[in-house]
Ligand binder design. Sequence first.
Ligand SMILES: [Zn+2]
Length: 290
Amino acid sequence: MNRRTFGIHGTVALSAAVFVCAAHAQPKPEVGNEPFAPFKIGEGLYYVGGTDWTSYLLTTKEGLIVIDGGDAAVGKQVVANIRTLGFDPAKVKVLVNTHEHFDHAAGLAEIKKAAPGLKFYASAADGAIIAAGGKGDPFLTGPRFEYEPLKPDVTIKDGDKVSLGGVTLTAHITGGHTKGCTTWTFPVTIAGKVRQALDLCSASVLPGYKLGKTETYPGQTADYRKSFAFWRSQPCEVFVASHGGFYGMKAKKAALESGKADAFVDPAGCKAFVDRAEAAFQAEFKKQNP
Ligand SMILES: [Zn+2]
């Protein structure tokens, strides 16, 4: 979500068209859910999301894995993008999610429709909200933020692993942006070398979030701090996230297409992102707790 779409204490009066959970204000808010040509990031890893609201496809010898569904429009695009890449969407066996906000979870039901046999894995806190179609978020309330529910088949905890066809994803609960915000790590081969990919949930403090003594949800401030420490502890060699804008997806894609095979290998960019997000969090905390 973009900072300028919310008043700090005002009522939520934004259009879905500018809802972007960016860590910092973008010069020009973009919709995020327009169709975007799918492309290969590394061996068995593909971008299948919209212009900013991301979704990733992992291919394995036993079927497909999808991370995030975008909103309902992106969810439909994900299914079409999988087909465009030459894979069968019905072969999605594993579906996971970063967080319950509609721009990442509303499209999950669309993917389930294309692959009714898949198993959906989510954290306890965010999974309960996705199962309720977006209802129950402590901050984003009302019909604008609600969507077609999808009940998790499996509830994941911090450190749990989800495996399919020799590919293993590890779930890391990195709360703050949402209570059950989940960062996923997994190995990916790029330019002949196996590296750690890290799909960062979100580090942004939404305008109106309460930090310190009064919190948007109990424990939120401590969750953010723990999440920043976790992200710093990781190699984060292939940095991706729930929003393309968090890691410069479009610029990296352009570099990849101009011949830079390891364009998505960016541990320094990952650290810089965490630095910026933590500084923004600290500034907001200080403002609210002088
Ligand atoms: Zn969000």
